[in-house]
Design a protein around this ligand. Structure first.
Ligand code: 5MM
Length: 336
């Protein structure tokens, strides 16, 4: 294993007061984001979208790493610099999403993640582009019959195999088991499922001999379903999330970076902040790896127009700053 390399990457990612930006939307998802501002999705408009966010002045004060999509690796900033190089020059670690999306599991409605077969080859290529960490996402839908034990086992094994392959290439794996927020489920259901998913994940990582010291967990929060009637408040989400993490995540894990998963930007910041207000002695660094919760306000301000670029970039950096404050328990809604 490339211990020194992995250790350096962790040191540059898990920086107090900073978090990770997920800018790895597939062309399909990026298309939905662009459609929301009436902008056609082409390789060029997606490049402009990345430019808007990644060239924002001062983002490096709050962002330690960025997860990119493969398409972005070969695109350049307005100044003609490849995006991974541009990030590196700002002192930000470039990362890459390496899963190849979702597929039906055993002819059921549950989903597993594609991409393991071609992974070793792709990791070598991404490394040449300067990527130092990689992300793989597994998803779980909560319903009266899901997730099943079988899908939890399969996804955990795949996440472990992926993580092992990354470490063998000197790339830090970011393992992302996402328990979806969609649905009417209660926070109790979310707690139970998140607990089971994380327990199985860490058992699979152990079996595969993945070194946890060089692994980042990208987790969802324990939260009521988006359509649930009595949704739990901020304190409750923070309390339950920390309860599950403490019961399942070994302290060897250096950093836990949450996904926002459909929470509003304000909710995602408030939840992270509440965790830090509740407990000042967490065994891991606890931060963010948001996509929507960091980029949504900027996207709205931008509207695909050059003349709005500055305003949009300010909105993005403001959001990043509020989340940075949240990692220190210093956020307040009056700062919005
Ligand atoms: C869950 O999605 C990840 C975090 O984003 P949010 O904070 O918005 O929930 C995100 O990294 C996601 O994996 C990428 O955007 C890629 O998604 P698609 O669906 O395009 O593969």
């Amino acid at each position: 294993m490339h211990e020194k390399e992995l250790e350096t990457t962790i040191k540059h990612l898990a920086v107090p007061g900073k978090g990770i930006l997920a800018a790895d939307e597939s062309p399909k998802t990026a298309g939905k984001r662009l459609a929301s501002i009436n902008t056609e999705s082409t390789a060029e408009t997606r490049r402009q979208y990345r430019q808007m966010v990644l060239a924002a002045k001062d983002m490096e004060k709050y962002i330690s790493g960025v997860i990119l999509h493969e398409e972005t690796l070969n695109q350049k900033t307005n100044d003609g610099v490849f995006f991974p190089k541009h990030l590196e020059l700002k002192g930000i670690v470039p990362g890459i999403k390496v899963d190849e999306g979702l597929a039906h599991f055993n002819n059921t409605d549950e989903e597993c993640t594609n991409g393991l077969e071609t992974l070793p080859l792709r990791l070598k290529e991404h490394k040449k582009h300067g990527c130092k960490f990689a992300k793989w996402r597994a998803v779980y839908k909560i319903s009266s019959s899901t997730p099943t034990k079988e899908i939890i086992k399969r996804n955990s094994e795949d996440l472990a195999k992926y993580a092992k392959a990354c470490q063998e290439e000197g790339i830090v794996p970011m393992v992302e088991p996402e328990v979806l927020i969609d649905g009417e489920h209660s926070i109790d259901d979310s707690e139970r499922v998140t607990h089971d998913v994380l327990k199985e994940l860490f058992s699979a990582l152990k079996k595969e001999k993945v070194n946890l010291k060089y692994t980042i967990l990208k987790s969802s929060m324990v939260i009521s379903g988006k359509q649930a009637k009595d949704r739990a408040g901020v304190e409750e989400v923070a309390k339950r999330t920390l309860k599950v993490l403490k019961a399942t995540v070994p302290s060897d894990i250096p950093s836990i970076n949450f996904l926002s998963g459909g929470q509003t930007p304000q909710e995602a910041t408030a939840h992270l902040d509440a965790m830090h207000k509740l407990d000042k002695n967490l065994p891991w660094y606890v931060s963010f790896s948001y996509a929507r919760a960091l980029q949504e306000p900027a996207l709205k301000a931008w509207q695909g127009k050059d003349e709005n670029m500055h305003k949009a970039q300010s909105a993005f950096v403001h959001r990043a700053k509020l989340n940075s404050l949240a990692t220190q328990g210093k956020y307040s809604s009056s700062m919005e």
